[in-house]
Design a protein around this ligand. Structure first.
Ligand code: GDP
Length: 301
């Protein structure tokens, strides 16, 4: 227990120091490697990826006989960047396809930032001169449709919704896709509900929304919203949602706080789809394309 306490205390101080200063302490002794591990773990990179990274780095240091921290730091950075895979296509579907609007579904656990993301994304697309329609298919939460409509008004795009609380989300999604087609819009963004505590209900509801949309149009993009502050839970959420819908991209929200969001590396790997966007605050301009280099720099800073 004492050893564990000592390690915990060290790991806390390691967090404050940051990884780079650990490496720059000089000799890469056992302690330094442990601290590197702890720092990667507190970035939510996960045990598996952390072990792999540190093992391969240690082997390389041994084989190549490197001792200077700048070299080791560069190797770690390169390995992390490979994990994040900068070659993935991170474009969000937002242009008409085969004479119809692109259909984008936004899914995720409630509270992760779905509605906010839809609003911010609409703003980005409007700035690109796109005709956008919003669909408020989160009919479970009373205020969700109002919140989305407020975003719509702020950004200057129409919101298709039901006035009835608890209305059939699939019906609203259907109406939104239909309305967007009639308006000859470029893209329709559909907000959905995500009550993870009732997994069966969530599956049924989301599955139905998907099926009903597909009666009318293919779905071009399914963005899974993950909250950077929920840590390792994100992987489990990704697994649950990908059982029901074909996730094509990840949005990592709340990256403006202290969380590093390393969990998305594991999620990208597991689902084989890229992080496309990051949320950097609650305001309308706080959405950015995911930048692998900046993300890796933040992970190890
Ligand atoms: P939903 O239930 O998934 O639709 O989540 P909301 O869009 O309602 O967001 C939940 C809360 O998180 C709200 O208070 C948002 O303002 C906040 N939020 C969403 N995205 C971000 C972000 O990128 N950074 C921060 N700091 N807050 C966010």
């Amino acid at each position: 227990l004492q050893r564990l306490r000592a390690r915990l205390a060290r790991s806390n101080s390691a967090m404050g120091q940051g990884l780079l200063s650990l490496l720059s302490r000089g000799g890469l002794d056992e302690q330094a490697w442990e601290d590197v591990e702890d720092t990667l773990l507190t970035s939510d990179l996960g045990v598996e990826a952390t072990n792999e990274l540190v093992d391969s780095l240690r082997t390389r240091v041994k084989v190549e006989g490197a001792t200077d921290e700048a070299t080791v730091r560069e190797w770690l950075r390169a390995d992390l960047l490979t994990l994040v895979d900068p070659s993935m296509d991170r474009e969000v579907a937002s242009s008409r396809v085969d004479g119809r609007p692109a259909v984008v579904m936004v899914v995720g656990v409630n509270g992760t930032g779905k509605t906010t993301t839809v609003g911010k994304l609409a703003r980005v697309l409007v700035a690109e001169d796109k005709d956008v329609v919003l669909g408020a298919a989160d009919t479970f939460r009373a205020a969700a449709a109002d919140q989305l409509q407020t975003w719509g008004e702020r950004v200057g795009v129409p919101t298709i919704r039901s006035d009835r609380e608890g209305a059939d989300p699939a019906a609203v999604a259907f109406d939104a896709v239909k309305g967007a087609a009639e308006a000859e819009a470029d893209v329709v963004l559909i907000d959905t509900a995500g009550r993870l505590h009732n997994k069966v209900g969530l599956m049924d509801e989301l599955g139905k929304v998907k099926r009903v949309i597909e009666k009318q149009s293919p779905i071009d993009e399914v963005l899974l919203v993950l909250d950077a502050t929920t840590g390792q839970n994100g992987l489990r959420q990704a697994e649950v949602f990908s059982e029901v819908v074909n996730v094509t991209g990840i949005v990592l929200t709340k990256l403006d706080g202290t969380a590093k969001g390393g969990i998305v590396v594991a999620v990208q790997r597991k689902l084989g789809v890229p992080v496309k966007l990051v949320g950097l605050g609650e305001g309308p301009d706080d959405l950015a394309p995911f930048d692998p280099e900046a993300f890796v720099d933040a992970l190890i800073s």
